[in-house]
Design a protein around this ligand. Sequence first.
Ligand SMILES: [Zn+2]
Length: 120
Amino acid sequence: MGSLSPENLQALRTLLLQAQGQLEQQMNIGKIAAAVVTLDQTAVGRVSRVDAMQQQSMAVSTREMAAQRLNKVKLALQNLANDKYGLCKRCDEEIALNRLLAQPESNLCLSCQAKLDGQQ
Ligand SMILES: [Zn+2]
């Protein structure tokens, strides 16, 4: 376990649970939006069909992003329960508290994240 105080951990846990709730909601909205477009496709004209497809692909990618983040949030909550939270999965260094507060599902420290972003 890192140097996070029980108060910090409690605050981060709350943030993670909030994020989990919001993301699950986003996933449900995305599911409805994607389904509606599929049902309407035969009834709409050509232009609005293109429109609808664009909206659908946006809904799909929003959902994918929400799903990815949700996985990370769930993993972070698991780590929190197992006293493994707040450590970088690449270099095992503690992740800075400020970073965790801004993005509680982070599993990389700032320098590892920067290296990873540089590769992409
Ligand atoms: Zn690291």
